[in-house]
Design a protein around this ligand. Structure first.
Ligand code: MN
Length: 269
């Protein structure tokens, strides 16, 4: 059963759709099989990731982060519908790549979970995904200014940042990636990139580890803020594509350092 607390947490506007979706499926076919318990360290990293992304101003009461299951590439792990700062290990649910929960036990799912499964399906290299509404990134989703790397910490942006125009996939919507078709369209826009901006909404960031996905999300937000400041001053010198490639190769190997700091603060140990 869905508890009163979950109803309040999920928000009444979106809940009926989620509940109907789950109920319809449960009646039609059994839930997918579990891949078994995930590595507790992975679960702890996922909990930490949720809190870190709030601490760093990337997530607020919305947005989510997922990680591919360590025992089965066809499963991923993500919190139930909950403000990221409140996520604990008990809130982590397992999903198949069609975004069906393995063992919902009355817990509601994020409405936009389709972002995750549809990207995992087409990107075997991706092991973690963040969907955020990072505030400094939003202006770049609605203006003609492209988000580009202005410093080495966000060098991964040098590969280009596609913009997902949901009107092309779904016409005039509520902007939410609320079904498999929109999830597939977004995954197509991401392509082989590390990130895509979602017009009038936010962004998605992927990585080969949860550390990469989190660090890239943090430095994407910082770059967006700094780039807007630099643009206000006058013409901007961006990283040359060659500089960006070299800087990303050297920086991305060092994400473990800020991660350990963020993780310790986020978990209080
Ligand atoms: Mn969203």
């Amino acid at each position: 059963m869905v508890t009163r607390r979950q109803l309040l947490v999920s928000g009444c506007r979106v809940l009926p759709v989620v509940v109907l979706g789950v109920t319809r499926r449960a009646a039609a076919e059994p839930a997918p099989a579990s891949a078994g318990p995930a590595d507790p360290k992975l679960i702890e990293d996922l909990v930490a990731a949720n809190r870190i992304l709030v601490d760093q101003g990337v997530l607020d009461g919305y947005g989510h982060v997922s990680v591919r299951h360590d025992r089965d590439a066809n499963r991923y792990l993500m919190s139930r519908s909950l403000a990221p700062e409140l996520v604990t290990a008990a809130d982590i649910m397992e999903y198949d790549l069609d975004n069906n929960p393995v063992d919902a036990r009355g817990r509601t799912s994020y409405l936009e979970r389709f972002i995750h499964g549809e990207i995992y399906k087409v990107r075997p290299d991706v092991k973690a995904i963040v969907h955020h509404h990072s505030p400094s990134v939003i202006p770049f989703s609605v203006s003609t200014a492209a988000l580009r790397p202005i410093y080495h910490m966000a060098a991964f942006l040098g590969e280009g940042v596609p913009v997902f125009e949901i009107r092309n996939a779904g016409g005039l919507t509520d902007l939410l990636v609320r079904n498999p078709q929109l999830g597939r369209a977004l995954a197509q826009t991401v392509g082989q990139h590390t990130t895509a901006i979602m017009r009038g909404h936010g962004a998605v960031v992927v990585g080969p580890t949860i550390v990469h996905a989190v660090a890239r999300s943090v430095y994407m937000e910082m770059n967006a803020r700094l780039q807007a400041q630099a643009m206000a001053l006058g013409p901007v010198t961006y990283l040359d594509p060659e500089e960006a490639r070299k800087a990303d190769a050297s920086v991305s190997g060092t994400y473990g350092r800020p991660w350990e700091l963020w993780r310790r603060k986020a978990l209080g140990k």
